[in-house]
Design a protein around this ligand. Structure first.
Ligand SMILES: O=S(=O)(O)O[C@H]1C[C@H](O)[C@@H](O)[C@@H]1CO
Length: 622
């Protein structure tokens, strides 16, 4: 196959092209968000039920229960851990938290532990709390002693730093709090709002886990879509994501029942999202709730005003003027007086599930928001031009979960899209099954537990198409982004993790190769055959010519490039290839990784793309 490259660029490559889609789908709490304790504040649990004590356990007979405290630590956190020391015990007695399927104990880290406690009954008792980190077999790895007295019934906060004496060999470790069973016999102490943080990305308080955040930043992503995805919507309007409930002190965040069957702490909230965007150079694509909850409730058009006002306030928190706007003043009070960067606001999520009411919800929201924020672009989430929406959307968010083959066969999906001023955001895409008749089924029925090399090559073919059409595709994001390998609501995920490490998939490497070698202009070239198996695209930036190739076929393919200008006689081929069905997994985390090779290049050169491979060639321009 000969590929002739044009000397003049057709369009600029948007800086926003390759980005991240984030929602809490076993990915925020216990994942990207740095908090190490699960069920740290007993948010949204029912006192007295087994779930209320999720992740908490007794040590040596300590009696623990979750109670609705008659003197709650805050109005947002009504529940406390009631701890009682029965008579007749000796030695350390207390309770422990097992984290999110483990807690990594690293002796090079300083951990920050915090909790609030109060004695419900005043007494002359004085004693010591011993808290810290221990292996599940009971070996103490780090500890601190805090003197306490029952001289007052008011809440007091404990803050201590913990430096493990040694790193634990396994992840099954716990955070613990104990008292001496004999001297504290009969005592009752209430606890609330526990927190245990490792060092965080950019050392941000209430920040992100370093290894995961670093892996995400390592893709140099252009955009960050949040807070969902389904997790924006709520099963009912009352349990929808609400920006104002995710701000400020952790004592003021009630948490919510998320849309992936577990409670969200909302410790990772709107300001943390925006700060993360600034810390990694991503532009936010922020969603507002659009009046539809996943349980099926749509808000009637004449009842939408409060939700529209909440959306206006959410946007004002991000970009408003603190001198004239209360929501913006909250942003300033939280330490960020200047506005954040924001150009795109998404109205809802996947509203093709509720297209019949989206027609009025879209109109009512966009009429109000566009007049309040004239410079923003609003993204529609129903199917493209179906139903017809008023006003006509400037942007659509298109999602596709499919087989590897589908992606290879749809590399030209955007070539046929009308150039009528509409922009497109490929907000979610991934090869998730090999079974075209059951895309969302179980692994037994073709679902992928982890991305595979053939899935990643299919995605690369589709991405080559989006790059070619990046005059109208301004952003795209693989979804879901993150998944805990021990407990996920969805597979495959771009990045897997457990409480100790990060697992980068073959699809992660495709995203990274494409994003780090984006180029700034698109150079048209001989089009790949639409129904072929090999796809390529050419871009350039000031220093490099960049050629992206995906060979989704089962045999090597040689491309003969003919360039209209001089380039260096040696280039670099960044190659990702391996067996079609191979994945990087916790047991084989580095099964397939990119490798870089020098290749001979020049005005004319050939490159043999191996079967099932993705290659990014970079050549210095003369
Ligand atoms: O069950 S789905 O609707 O397919 O869920 C998908 C689509 C939704 O936007 C996102 O939250 C989720 C996984 O990324």
């Amino acid at each position: 196959q000969t590929v002739t490259v044009s000397s003049s660029a057709s369009h600029a490559i948007p800086s926003t092209l390759w980005g991240l889609m984030f929602e809490d789908i076993s990915s925020g709490d216990g994942g990207l968000y740095g908090e190490l304790l699960q069920n740290r504040a007993f948010q949204q649990v029912v006192p007295g039920t087994p779930d209320a004590l999720n992740s908490w356990s007794s040590i040596n007979g300590g009696a623990i229960s979750v109670v609705s405290d008659n003197v709650p630590v805050s109005s947002a956190l009504p529940n406390s851990l009631r701890f009682n020391v029965p008579n007749g015990l000796s030695g350390p007695v207390g309770f422990a938290n097992s984290g999110f399927f483990g807690i990594k104990v690293d002796s090079s880290w300083t951990y920050k532990a915090s909790f609030h406690f109060r004695f419900p009954t005043r007494s002359s008792f004085r004693g010591n709390l011993v808290l810290g980190l221990r292996s599940s077999s009971g070996e103490t790895l780090a500890s601190a002693t805090v003197p306490i007295s029952a001289s007052s019934t008011s809440w007091r906060q404990v803050n201590v730093s913990l430096r493990p004496s040694s790193s634990a060999s396994s992840l099954s470790n716990q955070f613990f709090v104990t008292v001496d069973g004999n001297s504290a016999r009969g005592q009752t102490i209430n606890f609330a709002m526990f927190s245990l943080f490792p060092p965080t990305f950019k050392n941000r308080p209430n920040g992100m886990r370093i290894d995961i955040a670093t892996a995400l930043a390592g893709m140099k992503p252009g955009v960050f879509r949040f807070p969902g995805g389904n997790n924006l919507e709520g099963q009912t309007p009352a349990s929808r994501w609400q920006w104002n409930a995710t701000l400020g002190s952790l004592l003021d965040r009630p948490g919510r029942i998320g849309d992936w069957s577990y409670i969200n702490t909302d410790g990772l909230g709107l300001l943390e999202f925006l700060t993360f965007c600034e810390d990694t150079g991503m532009e936010p694509i922020m969603a507002v709730w659009s009046g539809f909850a996943l349980g099926g409730t749509s808000i009637a058009q004449d009842q939408l005003q409060p939700f529209i006002q909440q959306a206006i306030d959410q946007i004002d928190f991000v970009i408003g003027d603190p001198r004239t706007n209360a929501a913006a003043a909250r942003r300033a009070a939280l330490g960020h007086p200047s506005p954040f960067k924001l150009n795109f606001v998404e109205i809802g999520n996947e509203d093709f599930f509720a297209a019949d009411t989206y027609t009025h919800r879209w109109t009512t929201f966009v009429d109000a928001l566009q007049s309040t924020f004239p410079h923003l672009k609003f993204i529609a989430t129903s199917n493209i031009n179906d139903p017809i929406l008023t006003p006509k959307p400037q942007v659509y968010d298109h999602h596709v979960y499919q087989t590897p083959t589908f992606f290879a066969q749809n590399s030209f999906f955007y070539d046929d899209m009308a150039r009528d001023g509409t922009l497109y955001f490929e907000g979610e895409y991934a090869a998730i099954s090999t079974n075209p008749n059951d895309i969302f089924g179980t692994p037994a029925d073709g679902r992928l537990p982890f991305p595979t090399m053939q899935g990643s090559a299919g995605e690369a073919a589709y991405m080559i198409g989006m790059e070619r059409n990046s005059d109208i595709v301004f952003a795209a994001a693989y979804a879901p982004l993150l998944g805990h390998v021990s407990n996920s609501q969805w597979t495959p995920n771009l990045v897997g993790f457990d409480s100790g490490q990060v697992f980068k998939s073959t699809s992660y490497y495709v995203q990274q190769l494409f994003s780090l070698n984006k180029g700034t202009e698109y150079l048209p070239s001989t089009l790949p055959p639409r129904n072929g198996t090999v796809f390529w695209g050419v871009t350039r930036d000031r220093t490099n010519l960049i050629i992206k190739i995906s060979n989704t076929g089962s045999s090597s393919a040689t491309l003969n490039f003919v360039l209209p200008f001089n380039v260096a006689s040696t280039g670099i081929a960044h190659l990702l290839t391996g067996e079609a069905t191979t994945s990087n997994t916790p047991t084989s985390p580095k099964a397939i990784q990119p490798s870089s090779h020098f290749i001979r290049t020049g005005r004319r050169f050939s490159y043999a793309a191996p079967a099932v491979s993705v290659t990014v060639i970079t050549i210095v321009r003369e």
